[in-house]
Each structure stands twice: as structure tokens, then as C-alpha cells.
Design a protein around this ligand. Sequence first.
Ligand SMILES: Cc1cc2nc3c(=O)[nH]c(=O)nc-3n(C[C@H](O)[C@H](O)[C@H](O)COP(=O)(O)OP(=O)(O)OC[C@H]3O[C@@H](n4cnc5c(N)ncnc54)[C@H](O)[C@@H]3O)c2cc1C
Length: 391
Amino acid sequence: MMRTQVGIIGAGPAGLMLSHLLALEGISSVVLEAHTRDYVEQRIRAGLMEHFSVELLRQCGVGARMDREGLVHHGIVLRFGGRSHRIPVTDLTGKSMMIYGQHEVVKDLIAARLAAGGQILFEAEAVGIDELHGERPRIRFRQDGREQQIECDIIAGCDGFHGICRPALPLGALTVYDKIYPFGWLGILADVAPSNDELVYANHERGYALLTMRSPSVSRLYLQCAPDEDADAWTDEAIWAELRTRLADDSGFVLQSGPIRQKGVTAMRSYVVEPLRHGRLFLLGDAAHIVPPTGAKGMNLAFADVVVLSRALIDWYRKRNGDGLDSYSATALRRVWKAERFSWWLTSLMHRFEHATPFERRMQAAELDYVTSSRAAMTTLAENYAGLPLG
Ligand SMILES: Cc1cc2nc3c(=O)[nH]c(=O)nc-3n(C[C@H](O)[C@H](O)[C@H](O)COP(=O)(O)OP(=O)(O)OC[C@H]3O[C@@H](n4cnc5c(N)ncnc54)[C@H](O)[C@@H]3O)c2cc1C
């Protein structure tokens, strides 16, 4: 049986960052990851980092490549009724954001852990967790066809939405809050320079569209679609034509097209479980909560959970003070719910709801007008977009 202080399930942003922050304080961990290193390093997902996440990467010594290759952003554009309205986030909040792909963050964290002699076991799938109420909880995992076990003090469930930790808990241990939206996003990754320096969020009568990017030569674009849309039913030409229609404005904006490297459909969901602790198991990131990607909060929330839990663990190991562990769930959830609210609100503001009444459509139009004409409303948007403080 292997032994470590903190057994971490999942080598996504949450698991890797937790392992890194604990190692900096001399706390040992083993990270189990079901997939290969190559798979997790190539998985294209989030791309927008809040001010807090950028600072976190810098402070813990893994921000150098981000600072060289990332794109600093100071605002976003809301486009509706054919007109563009810029929200100057930095002017309103003093904070900026960074475009830097989640897979790049994952690469940087894996490199840092391995260089420091950290243990990440790839192709090691956790299959069960035991003794959560004892002092020596255990993770059972399968690697190379063999079942093995790790004994630890604490288990960190960083295994994403489809992991095993949350479902392993007894019925009734968690309260689930769930909302499924009646649409999805058809997303593409294209080898073409972004057609705008900042993100463009478009509310169009045919549905929402988003222009974002991953680098100076790679664009990421999304179209609101049916939740069960077949991505393969869309030709590349049809995708570009639809994007062009929805992203058009009266200033002569031109959308540049290029080869589509990847396309897929993402379902839209808001989901939270409470509490985030069960005995010696702690849930972090997507294992505990999901937001629709409109607010670009998922990876940032995962990092916020990690910071709260790592501080609690440091206190527990250093001072034998368990207060932080006891309050982890309540502390993390305060930020989670505010990010859930913002993501739900921005989703409601920007999408076309097929069954909305004429009155509801007028309300959405009035809110768009308000949010782009009132400094107070713009500041509220900007403050949430750049990221709220921890706690
Ligand atoms: C299309 C899209 C766009 C997004 N855009 C943004 C954005 O702009 N900004 C933002 O902040 N967020 C965004 N997100 C959300 C963001 O990607 C997630 O919130 C983030 O990945 C959460 O990190 P995590 O570490 O909690 O979980 P994950 O990244 O899901 O990592 C969990 C890991 O656990 C592993 N695992 C699962 N089960 C097991 C098991 N049994 N044993 C071992 N390992 C296991 C998985 O293989 C995975 O590597 C986006 C998501 C999508 C899908």
C-alpha cells in the first residue's frame, strides 16, 4: 500500500494546482489521473483567466510562460442590435484578465510538479474511496491492469464532473442544485488570427455567438445551438456563414475565417452540490460545481477552491488547527454561488430563449441597453468578469 499525506484524484487544473501549492509548503501528495499525460496536456477547454488566477500562477512560480505567451485583456465587447459596446474592464476595476489556454496551464503545472520530484500517476484510474470517516482514508485505483491502494490523511476529489468522488458519497450526503439550459454551444478552434483584439459577446435574433481566442494565430468561436446538435451536420462553410451573420455590426467588422481544427457541442448547465466536504473527502472544482461557460468562470473557480483548501491544510499540518478544514465548504461556496449567479445572469442576458414572451424579450433588450449605458451597471459586470475576491 502506498502512503501520502493528501491523495488527489484528477490531474486537471484543480488537482495539479493543489499538489503544487502543498508541495511548496512541504506537504506530500500523489495525483492520480485516469488519462495519459498527452491527453490532459492537449485537452482544449478554458482560456480566460481572471486577475486572481493570473496572480496565483505568478506567485506560486508557474507564471513565466503565461507572461511571455498569454494575451492581456482590458475589456470585452457586447454586440446587439448590430452595434458594438465596449466594457472597459480595467478602467472600471483596475484589473485585467489573461487569455492563456487551460491546457497550457496544465502543461506548466505538470512540468513544475515533475521537476520537483512530484508524483503524478497517469493512466491510473481511481475506482473507489474508503474509510472517509476514519483517520486513514484510502483510494483504490487501477494501473497497468492491477488494483492498488493509497492510504492518506485527506482525499481531494478533483476529478471533474464525471469523476467518482461525488457519486461515491451516500445518498442524502449532498444537496444538489441543478439547472439545465435549453441550448448548447457549437464551438470551433480555427487556425486564423482573432478578428478582434478582445472577446466579442453577440446577442443576435438567430442566437448567441462568441468570438474568443487562444493565441495570436488561433481563434475560438461559438454559436448557440440545440443542446443535442450534431456538430458533424455543420460544414465549415455553414459555421463561418452563421458566425458572420451573428457577429456582424454596423462598423464594418470583418470576421476572418480559416481552417477549422476542432469542433464540438457543449451542453450548458449550472450545478452545485453542498457541502463540499464529507468526512476526510473534500470536493473541488468541476467535481463540485459547473457553470455555463458564458462567464468564463470554471477554471477560475477551481483555483479559488484550491487556494481555500490549501490554506486550510497548511494550518492543519503546521498548527494542528482544523478550523479552516471545518469552514472550507462554507468559505468556498460563498464565491462559488456568486460566480454561479454571474454566469447564469450573463447567459440569460446574451442568449435567445426560444419560448420567451414578447415582454421577456423587451426586458432582455432593456437590460442590454442599461448594462452598456450605465457606468454603475458596467462596473458591476466588469467587477464580476475580472473576478471577485476570495472569501
Ligand atoms: C468548452 C469549454 C469552455 C470553457 N471555457 C472556460 C473559460 O474560458 N474559463 C474558465 O475558467 N473555465 C472554462 N471552462 C471550464 C473549465 O474547463 C473547467 O471548469 C475546469 O477544467 C475545471 O477543472 P477541474 O480540475 O476541476 O476538472 P477537470 O479539468 O475536468 O479535471 C478533472 C480530471 O480528473 C480526471 N479524472 C476523472 N475521473 C477520474 C478517476 N476516476 N481517476 C483518476 N482521474 C480521474 C479527468 O481525466 C481530468 O483530467 C470551459 C469548459 C468547457 C467544456
